[in-house]
Design a protein around this ligand. Structure first.
Ligand SMILES: [Zn+2]
Length: 557
């Protein structure tokens, strides 16, 4: 072998090996993607949404069935328990049923008004105690009740609300003014969500907090508030038994708000727009609120299911796929069908976890990072399982590259597009764009960001902890029927089946679009799992500061 030949042959051999290696990787990836099929997905959806699973309510026989089914399936796939020796992560919960006969009393110097539970106000205490009350608690109108340093906004500036009752508007000033440069314009920010408003009021030390309901900025009518706040409710129990929460958290109707402002000598319709302007100062109402809440309490518990595929090189870092397994169980007061099967919501997402796990197991060479498959509980009760996991993670938050949430897959067939709920928030958008391109599809932002969907499913508690979180939803532009057809089908489903016993498995569903979406999400997770970098939130989002601080703290350890 002469020298010349030698020197050109080596690079050629290396090049050939490189291409062979790539071709092999491509082959592997292709096989993994093709293993995700509609037949297998629909089989598991049918099982999970069958009457035998009793509507998958937390802390029920349905839970036992569901979590054991998932454990068995993950074992069959060959995954490891994700929580030490166990596939389960138990969360302590309390079931609170508020006394529905209580009245809210509001007194001025001149008169006293009484408001009825359900029709005029709702209120609960998350404190794990049998009785709480507000007694002549001074009332203050605090505008939107927001402290947002990135928007240079503080409704509590210079106020001491300790022991007082704060009253506030729903949503945020950006929505109110429709100014796209203010907060996020029409799109709801986290500051617009009622959950934030209650948390902030607690941080400020308020005893009571009431949000004024209005249908448009809340994105749902009073009936939804009323139903959601009467009857038994599950809550997580924190170490302090939730004593750091406000004593009373609730809502008042717009009619109640008008009466409250009137008796304070104020015009609600004048003050409302003022509260959305810079320089607004909170207003003591000169009124006193009293209410007593008697709880019936039941200690309760439920389980997240966590399965692990350990990474080949950086097993301490992870990507999370998640979907909530729970739904509403059985309502024995109903005539006819009493089982909330939750087939679309969210047997589809739960079954998808198994499909994705199988696909990752197909890969001959394991991903570098670990993949966690997390089936959360009590999403329908207020994102409790995801909140618990995000604050008790099995893979540290700073080592978690991304979380990908699936909640209700596409049952209408192939789409030319895919929707990102919370588009523009994080660098994960770019991963979705790249994966969509492979399928000849395009990415679209959520058409209705004012509904705050980004804050209403399980990825959100992850975002709050700083973990970049992705939530996609099926596209709208149907390959054969176009956009209007899909929107009409989706609206029909929401009106007739959403959160109703009729959300049942249908063998005629066209899951081909769901399979496209799952293959796309597989690509996203696979790419993330092979990288050593960490995606981040974009500048100006509510979650970036938290992520930056978390990564910084992890570096110092
Ligand atoms: Zn759901």
């Amino acid at each position: 072998m002469n020298k010349k030949y030698f020197s050109t042959a080596i690079p050629l051999v290396l090049l050939a090996l490189f291409f062979f290696g790539c071709a092999k990787k491509d082959q592997e990836l292709k096989a993994a993607l093709e293993s995700i099929t509609a037949e297998e997905l629909s089989r598991d959806v049918e099982i999970l949404s069958s009457d035998e699973f009793e509507g998958r309510s937390p802390d029920s026989k349905g839970e036992e069935k569901t979590i054991n089914f998932l454990k068995e399936e993950f074992l069959k796939v060959g995954l490891k328990p994700g929580n030490g020796e166990s596939f389960f992560q138990e969360l302590p919960m309390v079931e609170i049923t508020a006394d529905p006969v209580t009245k809210l009393e509001i007194k001025s110097d001149k008169k006293s008004m009484h408001f009825a539970y359900g029709d005029e106000f709702v209120g609960v205490t998350l404190r794990v105690v049998e009785k709480v009350s507000l007694d002549d608690s001074e009332m203050i109108f605090v505008g939107y009740g927001i402290v947002a340093p990135e928007y240079d906004w503080n409704d509590y500036e210079g106020l001491d609300v300790r022991g007082k009752t704060v009253v506030m508007l729903v949503n945020d000033p950006g929505f109110a003014t429709k100014d796209p440069e203010f907060f996020k314009g029409r799109a709801m920010t986290y500051y617009g969500r009622w959950t934030y408003k209650f948390e902030e009021a607690a941080r400020q030390g308020a005893a009571g907090v009431f949000i004024i309901h209005e249908t448009e900025p809340a994105a749902y009518p009073w009936g939804v508030v009323k139903n959601g706040w009467t009857g038994p409710q599950f809550y997580l129990i924190s170490e302090d038994k939730n004593l750091s929460r406000c004593a009373v958290e609730g809502w008042v109707t717009i009619e109640t708000a008008h009466k409250i402002f009137e008796s304070a000598g104020l015009d609600y319709d004048e003050i409302k727009p003022a509260a959305a302007k810079r320089g607004f100062k909170s207003i003591p109402l000169g009124l006193k609120a009293s209410v007593t809440l008697i709880n019936s309490l039941r200690q309760s518990k439920s389980n997240n299911v966590i399965a692990l595929l350990p990474g080949a090189d950086r097993a301490d870092e992870c990507i999370i796929y998640m979907a909530h397994w729970d739904h509403f169980g059985i309502d024995s007061t109903l005539e006819g069908d009493q089982i909330f099967n939750g087939a679309l919501d969210n047997a589809t997402g739960t079954a998808a976890l198994i499909e994705l796990a199988e696909a990752f197991k197909m890969l001959e060479s394991l991903p570098s990072r670990s993949i966690i498959f997390l089936a959360t509980t009590a999403e329908e009760q207020g994102l409790l399982g995801s909140q618990y996991y995000a604050t008790h993670p099995v893979c540290p938050t700073a080592k978690t590259a991304a979380a990908i949430n699936m909640d209700a897959l596409n049952i209408y067939g192939k789409m030319k597009d895919i929707t990102i709920i919370g588009y523009g928030n994080s660098e994960l958008d770019d991963y979705v764009k790249a994966a969509a391109k492979e399928q000849g599809r395009r990415v679209r932002p959520n058409p209705t960001p004012e509904k705050g969907s980004f804050y209403r499913s399980d990825h959100f508690p992850f975002a709050k902890q700083g973990i970049p979180a992705l939530y996609t939803s099926s596209g709208i532009d149907h390959v054969e029927h176009g956009e209007d057809w899909t929107l009409a089908r989706k609206e029909k489903y929401t009106a007739e089946n959403y959160h109703k016993p009729s959300d049942e498995f249908n063998p005629n569903w066209d899951l081909s679009g769901a399979i496209d979406d799952l293959r796309l999400l597989f690509r996203v997770g696979y790419k993330l799992s092979m990288e050593s970098t960490f995606p981040n939130w974009k500048e100006g989002t509510e979650f970036k500061a938290k992520r930056d601080a978390d990564m910084e703290a992890a570096k110092k350890k």
